[in-house]
Design a protein around this ligand. Structure first.
Ligand SMILES: [Zn+2]
Length: 340
């Protein structure tokens, strides 16, 4: 088959790779229907996360089950399935508590490389969720969004304790931030402030349910949020970037007693314990347990209650994956959808 390999900074290639096969009896093999490029793929692409050897890329996927191992009980060949970026058994105490991304047997799907025609999924019964039927083509982008960015935005909003009557601020206008806006809307937030300085992203944030846009960043961004909340700060803040500035902006935009949900993969962020001490906020985040939310998200998408697939503003054939990375790196695209 053909798949995506990252060789080094800004050197991504679509080339021949071995066909995936059943390695463990709990595996499934998918024929990929759609995959995409993640904001977190840009860290190694930009060389911020060093690439030491040719690395398969891609951890977001939907597809048709082609083959299952002898111990797979619930997933069947022919089903259309959505999986998360961590494979999980969904049975251990951590999974049972809803933290499948930290399953005692968690396997990173990025290691398998989903930006390809075919994909091996370990722990298929615990990882994959089948749709009620084969989806119409127009639902595929939204189902693919559920695999990572929607599930991650959803967890960010849940971790920030978003709920009816609350004022929510979202730091970051990438696909995850935009999906956090959508999640906050679904969770009944009263006011949703999207922090964005890009016009196309502001538009989508408003469409997803944002009530206000703040273009300022850093100290000025914090001051704007305070101005809008009688000097108190937001009840709930979702951090969806992962830089020092965005993390501090999120913490400082949150009122005492409020909640920060941080879901941007952090690089080089250092927090002062004294700042945390005086912040008096709840901090919860990490790799989103997307599997926890998949049944609910698939249901909302299937019944056309939400349309998170709108975060994809560039669609390319898989073999043009390198252009998909370039477009996101240069901020010409929010998120690239890849079709085999
Ligand atoms: Zn588990």
């Amino acid at each position: 088959m053909q798949g995506t390999i990252l060789y080094g900074a800004r050197d991504v290639r679509f080339e021949e790779r071995p066909d995936p096969t059943i390695v463990e009896p709990t595996d499934a093999i998918l024929r990929i229907s759609a995959a995409c490029v993640c904001g977190s793929d840009l860290w190694p692409y930009r060389g911020i996360e060093p690439v030491t050897q040719p690395t398969p890329m891609g951890h977001e996927y939907v597809g048709i089950v082609e083959e299952i191992g002898s111990e797979v009980r619930h997933i069947q060949p022919g089903q259309f399935v959505v999986g998360s970026f961590w494979a999980s058994d969904n049975t251990c105490p951590i999974c049972q508590a809803g933290y499948q991304s930290r399953c005692v047997d968690a396997r990173p799907m990025g290691a398998e490389g989903a930006q390809a025609g075919w994909l091996r999924v370990p722990l298929a019964d615990g990882t994959l969720v089948a749709t009620p039927d084969l989806p119409p083509d127009d639902l595929i982008p939204s189902l693919l969004a559920a695999s990572d960015v929607l599930g991650t935005g959803w967890f960010g909003a849940a971790a920030a304790a978003v709920g009816p009557g609350k004022t929510v601020a979202v730091v970051g206008d990438g696909a995850v931030g935009l999906c956090a806006v959508l999640a906050a809307r679904q969770m009944g937030a009263e006011r949703i402030i999207a922090m964005s300085r890009h016009e196309d992203r502001q538009k989508l944030a408003l469409e997803f349910g944002a009530t206000d846009i703040v273009t300022e960043r850093g100290d000025e961004g914090v001051a704007r949020i305070k101005d809008m909340t009688a000097g108190l700060g937001a009840h709930s803040v979702v951090e969806a970037v992962g830089t020092q500035e965005s993390m501090m902006q999120a913490i400082r935009s949150t009122r005492a007693g409020g909640h920060v949900g941080f879901v941007g993969v952090t690089y080089g962020v250092e927090l002062s314990a004294m700042d945390l001490f005086w912040s008096t906020v709840h901090l919860h985040g990490g790799p989103a347990p997307v599997r926890r939310y998949l049944p609910e998200l698939i249901d909302l998408i299937w019944n056309r209650k939400i349309n998170p697939g709108k975060v994809f503003d560039l669609t390319l054939p898989l073999e043009q994956v390198a252009e998909g990375y370039r477009a996101m790196d240069e901020r010409r695209a929010i998120k690239t959808l890849l079709l085999p």
